[in-house]
Design a protein around this ligand. Structure first.
Ligand SMILES: CC(C)(COP(=O)(O)OP(=O)(O)OC[C@H]1O[C@@H](n2cnc3c(N)ncnc32)[C@H](O)[C@@H]1OP(=O)(O)O)[C@@H](O)C(=O)NCCC(=O)NCCS
Length: 188
């Protein structure tokens, strides 16, 4: 049986873009996630825009020639609005930003038939391990209870719920932080 390999890049080849969008739609256009008829198009547009960020990074899991999972994200600008969108007050030493402090894990999914084999953990580990930022933040839908259990198991900490965002489905998101990113050993 051929093995699953992870591949990382800081730009997004068209074939990865197409495969990531297909996995996104297979995973997120069904419960427990909330979606609309615009979700697929909006995701593709967001990914297209994010991939142009100079700090973008992506890791994919490949089995033979097929993509079966992905993780991607980018560095947040200092004036991002993530903390302001959370109702409960957060300590100023936490919300203070400087260039390079915070990475955001924007996309993560593993195809249903491939779950439970450490792929989600490996994708995140490879992506975060390659970063120079101090910490990472992500948002996850409140209904995605299993996904939140996965994040907590990996050491992510719930900092609060943001929203309501009138034009976003769902209108509230739970925000998790990993306070210190793991560092990958430099290759000899
Ligand atoms: C979330 C997701 C990426 C996890 O991928 P996965 O490959 O199934 O997870 P892994 O096998 O890597 O699990 C890693 C660890 O988390 C644990 N874990 C998995 N689900 C868990 C849960 N619901 N609660 C607690 N721990 C959990 C595993 O037991 C494993 O523990 P171990 O390393 O100590 O043995 C996958 O379920 C998925 O694609 N879900 C739908 C999309 C999604 O929610 N994306 C994130 C949007 S914010």
């Amino acid at each position: 049986m051929s093995e699953i390999v992870l591949r990382a890049k800081d730009e997004l080849p068209q074939e990865w873009f197409n495969a990531i969008c297909a996995i996104h739609d297979a995973v997120f256009l069904q419960p427990p996630f909330a979606w609309t008829s615009d979700t697929s198009r909006e995701n593709a547009e967001d990914l297209c825009r994010l991939a142009k960020e100079p700090t973008f990074g992506v890791v994919v899991a490949c089995h033979d020639r097929d993509l079966i999972g992905y993780a991607y994200g980018h560095r947040l600008p200092v004036d991002h609005g993530w903390w302001r969108a959370i109702a409960q007050p957060l300590p100023p030493e936490f919300t203070r930003e400087w260039d390079g402090r915070t990475f955001t894990l924007t996309g993560l999914a593993v195809l249903p038939g491939q779950r439970g084999r450490s792929l989600g953990k490996r994708l995140i580990g490879r992506l975060l391990g390659s970063r120079t930022e101090e910490r990472a933040v992500l948002s996850v839908q409140p209904a995605a209870v299993a996904t939140q259990g996965f994040y907590r198991h990996l050491g992510w900490r719930l900092v609060g719920r943001n929203g309501p965002f009138p034009d976003i489905t769902p209108p509230h998101w739970d925000v998790y932080v990993m306070d210190r990113l793991p560092r990958q050993e430099p290759a000899c």
